[in-house]
Design a protein around this ligand. Structure first.
Ligand code: SAM
Length: 257
């Protein structure tokens, strides 16, 4: 850690990597599969001076680090009774920032490990005066486990999760039988899980898992009556090209029973 500025600067204090780790099989007394990341280290990244200044000013209000205590969502967003959606792996927040203004009645919590990605999203939030996004830095699985109560969420989004294409890395994929069980546990009855991938191998992987969690009702795509916004608003370069067979986008929706 850079000791020169870490005492004053919240961005510099942010740890990299995953932090707290739960033994999910022991915790839930099951034999489901959870991502095994071993000693994968996550990119630390550096922020520009501008991004550091933005962090210093706004992170204390808009951001949190993974912690072993539940979030007080109404207090954090300053309102009662709004829907709440968690997006895991928001990256640079392109979809997050494009969707949030169309769902102003919904609290959006963007969870990401990658600090420069969060810095970009923070920049969009401030530039565009977006009021309904907050951010958590940490492993999305641990954030759901430790910071959200069971049956507290209206939606969980995972757009273009890391595909870990090599066979020996498939066990690192975030969509697994155990994580589907955890996502289901955090959703309210009627809550929605939305996943999108453009990776053919990951599509095959998810296709095998769509019916595996008994408390999730697989809805396929599209699902016109879906109670949350599902249009990601962003045309990726692959979608723009349209015909690129290598990058067909597959979207998945489930409803918590
Ligand atoms: C391929 S990118 C996609 C980013 C974004 N959703 C998009 O559509 O552009 C995957 C992102 O997920 C993040 N990520 C991977 N595993 C994560 C985890 N366990 N918790 C939170 N974020 C994670 C990575 O840092 C990366 O930014």
């Amino acid at each position: 850690m850079n000791s020169a500025d870490s005492s004053q600067n919240p961005a510099a204090q942010m740890p990299h990597g995953r932090g707290l780790q739960t033994d999910f099989n022991a915790e839930f007394n099951n034999d489901l599969d959870y991502p095994r990341l071993g000693n994968v280290t996550f990119r630390r990244g550096t922020l520009t001076d501008n991004q550091n200044a933005l962090f210093e000013e706004h992170w204390p209000q808009l951001g949190r680090l993974l912690a072993d205590e539940p979030l007080d969502i109404p207090a954090w967003f300053g309102r009662e009774g709004a829907k709440t959606i968690v997006e895991i792996g928001s990256g640079t927040g392109t979809s997050t920032a494009a969707m949030a203004p169309l769902e102003k009645d919904t609290n959006i919590v963007a969870v990401e490990l990658y600090k420069p990605g969060l810095a970009k999203l923070l920049g969009s939030i401030i530039r565009n005066d977006i009021e309904n996004i907050r951010m958590v830095r940490g492993d999305g699985i641990e954030v759901l486990m430790r910071m959200f109560a069971p049956e507290s969420l209206d939606g969980i989004r995972i757009f273009f999760p890391d595909p870990w294409p090599k066979a020996r890395h498939h066990k690192r994929r975030i969509i697994q039988s155990g994580t589907l069980n955890l996502f289901a546990s955090r959703l309210k009855p009627g809550g929605v899980l939305h996943v999108a991938t453009d990776h053919a191998g990951y599509t095959e992987w998810i296709n095998e898992l769509v019916e595996v969690e008994p408390s999730l009702d697989y809805k396929g795509w599209p699902w016109p009556e879906c109670p949350i916004l599902t249009d990601r608003q962003v045309i990726t370069k692959f979608e723009g090209k349209g015909l690129d067979k290598e990058h067909v986008i597959t979207e998945y929706l489930w409803e918590k029973k």
